[in-house]
Design a protein. Structure first.
Length: 149
């Protein structure tokens, strides 16, 4: 029996794969659990069309992310923080502040996609680096400066 997986299943394959399974396993477990559907000719055609559309969407998102990388890396970001006379920051700089600084420059980025290198050490004024994950394997590296207000 051939089935189309609706979800990733550890020992069979990933979503949208067409796999052969024993009739009992397919009819009694995979289909009732909502993990798979029967791979009829019409279901295979629909799957092929969906994959084609998904590939087109993914290519568009990848191109947008690549363009955004160049835009982000060209920007200089300064983050103001209250400091003591020795240059130590009261508190620390986090991803929310970086996302807000980018938003002021006209670039919308989700704060959860930002990773700060040496995050625990941003307690002083200086230059630091962050990585922004824009799409699956496309990342932008940005350098930001923490300045005293």
């Amino acid at each position: 029996m051939e089935v189309i997986l609706k979800k990733d299943y550890a020992k069979l394959g990933s979503k949208d794969d067409i796999v052969k399974v024993k009739d009992g396993f397919g009819n009694n477990f995979l289909i009732p659990q909502g993990i798979a559907t029967v791979a009829t000719e019409s279901a295979k055609k629909i799957l092929a069309e969906n994959k084609k559309q998904q590939a087109h969407k993914e290519e568009k998102l990848r191109n947008e992310a690549t363009a955004k990388v160049a835009e982000i890396e060209a920007k200089e970001i300064k983050i103001g923080a209250k400091t003591s006379t020795t240059g130590k920051i009261f508190g620390s700089v986090n991803t929310i502040q970086i996302a807000e600084a980018l938003a002021k420059k006209g670039i919308e980025v989700d704060r959860k996609s930002i990773t700060i290198a040496d995050e625990a050490n941003i307690k002083e004024v200086g230059k630091y680096k962050a990585t922004i994950k824009l799409y699956k394997d496309i990342k932008a590296n940005i350098e930001f400066e923490v300045v005293s207000e």
